[in-house]
Design a protein around this ligand. Structure first.
Ligand code: OGA
Ligand code: NI
Length: 356
């Protein structure tokens, strides 16, 4: 098993530089290391020239008729694509741009400073590394990520790098408010009372995943993020203008085109589980780019690995009928994440393991 041995050694050597993909890209490599090379796609997927819905939230809190229309649009988008974009969501374009800029500045800061945050100890509230599944995945992704747990408990401000400290706290303040609005609209979209999903604490946990995708010399050989579905209840994604995010629809890829000022919303695995598949968690990926860097910030509503959050989540009783029996077993968020992370981004759904 000489090749397997070499691969592990190469991964370790890369990891031990603590410099991530950005460090590698900065050395001016013209060929990407073998362990980034993605196996060819099994299925021949061509790009489908349609766009995911863009939904304007103006008036949802003040006008019942507008709210009714928005609830219908949330329902339709969450049942078909599992993805949509929102506009007039209450967060100013200045705050969005400042958030992206903070992430960029951290990733472009002095490498010695960044190494202080580089770790695989997931019990930490601030975890910066390259590829959370580096040692499990078939191929590494051309991306570095900072994972910050912000709720139910947040780190002390000085635990965050100065480059993105203040803006992260400010951004999260707004995202928590938007989270309530989104879960209320989604509760109504599945025919439940407005406070249903917040009453069962779908918005209790929040993690911020800041991604940095350096320009890649051979973008066609690797990916920025492998095909996956999200392990949370709901994701609010902020992307810059580079593009590359794609969503699977009827076995074809759709581009999620960057729209300045918009936020991308997608249903996570846990919401698919508790809605008994009324809402769907859809696979998506990010292409590697040669023109970047690309920056994105994904806010995951989930208590993730928090050991004090032991609530059990299963298909919501109110949605279950004789014709629509539960499709999943109950699980804690933590057990779900342990299964998801143990598997890594291998292109298969983590939900299969929890099917009845
Ligand atoms: C994720 C994700 C997409 C992006 O963090 O789960 O899919 O554009 N991110 O970075
Ligand atoms: Ni994702």
């Amino acid at each position: 098993m000489a090749t397997a041995y070499d691969r592990t050694r190469e991964l370790k050597a890369f990891d031990e530089t603590k410099s991530g993909v950005k460090g590698l890209a900065d050395t001016g490599v013209t060929k990407i290391p073998q362990f980034f090379i993605q196996p060819p796609e099994q299925d021949d997927l061509t790009l489908l020239p349609i766009e995911i819905p863009v939904i304007d939230l103006t008036g949802v809190e003040t006008d019942a008729a507008v709210r009714g229309e928005v609830v219908k649009k949330f329902k339709s988008a969450s049942e078909t694509f599992g993805f949509f974009q929102v506009l007039n969501h209450g967060i100013s374009t200045e705050v969005l741009d400042e958030m992206l800029e903070g992430v960029r500045q951290f990733n472009e800061a002095d490498m010695e400073l960044k190494k202080n945050y580089y770790t695989r100890d997931v019990s930490k509230k601030v975890v910066f590394n390259s590829n959370f599944d580096l040692y499990q995945a078939l191929a590494a992704n051309w991306r570095d990520t900072m994972f910050i747990t912000m709720a139910p408990e947040s780190p002390m401000p000085d635990e965050l790098p100065a480059e993105c400290r203040d803006i992260t706290f400010k951004y999260v303040h707004y995202i928590k408010q938007l989270g309530i609005t989104l879960f209320e609209l989604l509760s109504e979209a599945i025919g439940l009372k407005r406070s249903f999903l917040t009453d069962i604490e779908c918005n209790k946990g929040l993690s911020v995943l800041s991604h940095y995708y350096p320009p890649c010399p051979e973008p066609h050989l690797t990916v920025g993020t492998s095909k996956h579905a999200d392990s949370d209840f709901l994701t609010v994604l902020l992307q810059d203008s580079i593009g590359g995010l794609q969503v699977l629809y009827e076995n074809r890829w759709i581009d999620v085109l960057p729209l300045h000022g918009a936020l991308v919303i997608n249903i996570g695995d846990l919401l698919q589980l508790i809605s008994n598949e009324k809402l769907i968690s859809v696979q998506h990926r990010v292409l590697a780019n040669s023109t970047g860097p690309r920056v994105s910030v994904a806010c995951f509503f989930s208590t993730h690995l928090n050991p004090t959050c032991n609530r059990l989540y299963g298909p919501i009783k109110e949605l279950i009928t004789e014709d629509n029996p539960p499709r999943y077993k109950e699980t804690t968020v933590r057990d779900f994440i342990l299964h998801f992370n143990g598997k890594g981004l291998d292109g298969r759904s983590a939900l299969d393991y929890f099917r009845v």
